[in-house]
Write a protein that binds this ligand. Structure first.
Ligand SMILES: Nc1ncnc2c1ncn2[C@@H]1O[C@H](COP(=O)(O)OP(=O)(O)OP(=O)(O)O)[C@@H](O)[C@H]1O
Ligand SMILES: [Mg+2]
Length: 240
């Protein structure tokens, strides 16, 4: 297969905008509410690789879940490109997640009963994709250097290999937005470095907007700039 033959090389990234976003969890009588984000406003231009850094509990995953159409804010607006996702129905959010977003998690979240190939195919199948599925998955297997493991199951892989499969699954549908929540948090330094290089190479070849949460300065250095998240508020550091 010729590289780049089947999928257009450049995904147009999406601009992300949060306007006065406030988020609370748990409106139960027993637990009360937790304020996770306090009226934050933030813009991440299309195609940027932004890094969220901050102490545990500061709100990084909450931000990723709101821009990843996993959750809707208690108040405020979340825009992806020219679409406001904060007011969408569950059904529309599901479509946005399937079509526009790739999500990489700390604990990989692969489906244990599916092979490597089937795990990567999964978002295409969900999106009702028919033609060219095999070729697209082959291209991704090539990109993550796991072609030789296509018919293996996740429990037969190392942690770094599992994360590579998870990255393959996150990008196979060429999403304009790639989100990563501590993608190296569960890996040793060297394996983590390979994962970060893979994310960087995907950012460069497919050009999605990338937002990554991390505790690691080394991981942060792979991004264009760092957004500090402290106690549910955000501040932007100067670009490097
Ligand atoms: N489902 C939930 N129900 C209630 N509170 C929650 C829930 N999820 C998160 N929180 C609270 O919201 C705040 C922000 O959590 P969040 O997971 O966004 O932090 P984080 O910056 O990702 O932390 P970490 O670095 O530990 O992953 C925390 O105080 C947390 O306890
Ligand atoms: Mg988190």
């Amino acid at each position: 297969m010729q590289p780049g033959m089947l999928v257009s090389p450049a995904t147009m990234g999406l601009t992300i905008r949060l306007d006065e976003v406030h988020h609370e969890y748990g409106r139960t009588e027993e637990a009360g509410t937790v304020t996770a984000l306090e009226n934050i406003s933030l813009e991440i231009p299309a195609g940027d690789f932004a890094v969220l850094m901050g102490p545990s509990g500061s709100g990084k995953s909450t931000i990723l879940n709101l821009i990843g159409a996993v959750d809707r804010p208690t108040r405020g607006r979340v825009m992806l490109g020219d679409r406001e996702i904060s007011s969408m129905s569950e059904r529309d959010l599901t479509l946005v997640r399937r079509m526009k977003i790739g999500f990489i998690f700390q604990f990989f979240n692969l489906i244990p009963t599916l092979t490597v190939r089937e795990n990567i195919e999964f978002p295409l199948a969900l999106g009702g994709e028919r033609g060219g599925m095999r070729e697209r998955v082959d291209r991704v297997l090539d990109e993550i250097a796991l072609g030789h493991r296509a018919s293996h199951y996740p429990n037969e892989l190392s942690g770094g290999e599992m994360q590579r499969v998870a990255i393959g699954r996150a990008v196979v549908h060429d999403p304009p937005l790639l989100l990563a929540d501590e993608p190296t948090g569960n890996l040793d330094t060297r394996t983590g470095e390979r994962i970060l290089e893979l994310i960087r190479s995907i950012h460069q070849s497919r050009n999605p907007t990338v937002v990554m949460a991390t505790h690691s300065d080394r991981a942060a250095s792979f991004g264009d700039y760092v957004i500090d998240v402290i106690d549910g508020t955000v501040g932007r550091r100067e670009p490097r």
